[in-house]
Design a protein around this ligand. Structure first.
Ligand code: IMP
Ligand code: MG
Length: 179
C-alpha cells in the first residue's frame, strides 16, 4: 500500500492549492501582454499543470514535452531523451515551462537550450518544487512553489519507478523503498 511507503507529508493538498493560486496570480500579471504558451514536461508535471493553468486568467496555448532523464534510479544521469516534442512552431511565443521538480537542473537546462534554438520570444520556468542545494548547472527558476529538503519525494505527479504519481500530496519516500 502506497501510504505505508511514505515517511511524512511535506506539501499537503491545502498547501498545493495555495501554491497554485499564488503562482497563477503572479503569472497572470507577468504575462498579461504576452503571447503565452504553457509547456508541461511529462509526466511529472501533469497535476501541477492542470491545477496551475486553471489559475492563469489569460488566453494561452498549452502543449507538452515528454523527456526522460532518470530511468528507475533516484539521481539524474544528465542524458536527456526527447520522447514527445512540441507540436507547433515556437517563433513569437512567450514560453512558460512547467516542471515538477528542479534537482541538478540538467534536464531543464537541456530543454531550455533546445527550445531557445527555435527562436521563441522568451522562456520562463515554473517549478512546483526546488532542491536548490542540489544544483550542478546555473539555472534559476522564475516561479517556485516551494523548496524541499534533499530527500526523494513522490506524489502529485512525481514518481519513483513510475509509482506514487496519484498521491494527492507531496510525500517523502521511505529510504528503505529505494536504497
Ligand atoms: P534534474 O535533471 O537533476 O534537475 O532532475 C529533474 C527530474 O528528475 C525531475 O523532472 C524529476 O522527474 C526527477 N526528480 C528529481 N528529484 C526527484 C524526486 O525527489 N522525486 C521524484 N522525481 C525527482
Ligand atoms: Mg520530470
Amino acid at each position: 500500500m502506497a501510504y505505508q511507503d511514505i515517511e511524512k507529508v511535506l506539501v499537503s493538498e491545502e498547501d498545493l492549492k495555495e501554491i497554485n493560486k499564488r503562482l497563477g496570480a503572479q503569472i497572470t500579471k507577468d504575462f498579461a501582454d504576452k503571447n503565452l504558451l504553457v509547456v508541461g514536461i511529462l509526466k511529472g508535471s501533469i497535476y501541477f499543470m492542470t491545477d496551475l493553468t486553471r489559475y492563469i486568467n489569460l488566453p494561452c496555448k498549452i502543449d507538452f514535452l515528454a523527456v526522460s532523464s532518470y530511468g528507475s534510479g533516484t539521481t539524474s544521469s544528465g542524458a536527456v531523451r526527447i520522447i514527445k516534442d512540441i507540436d507547433i512552431n515556437l517563433e513569437g511565443y512567450d514560453i512558460l515551462i512547467v516542471e515538477d521538480i528542479l534537482d541538478s537542473g540538467r534536464t531543464l537546462n537541456y530543454v531550455c537550450n533546445m527550445l531557445k534554438s527555435r527562436n521563441p520570444a522568451s522562456i520562463s520556468i515554473a517549478t512546483l518544487l526546488d532542491k536548490p542545494e542540489r544544483r550542478v548547472v546555473d539555472l534559476t527558476p522564475d516561479y517556485v512553489g516551494c523548496d524541499v529538503p534533499d530527500e526523494f519525494v513522490v506524489g502529485y505527479g512525481l514518481d519513483y519507478d513510475q509509482r506514487y504519481r496519484n498521491l494527492p500530496y507531496i510525500g517523502q519516500l521511505k529510504r528503505e523503498i529505494y536504497e
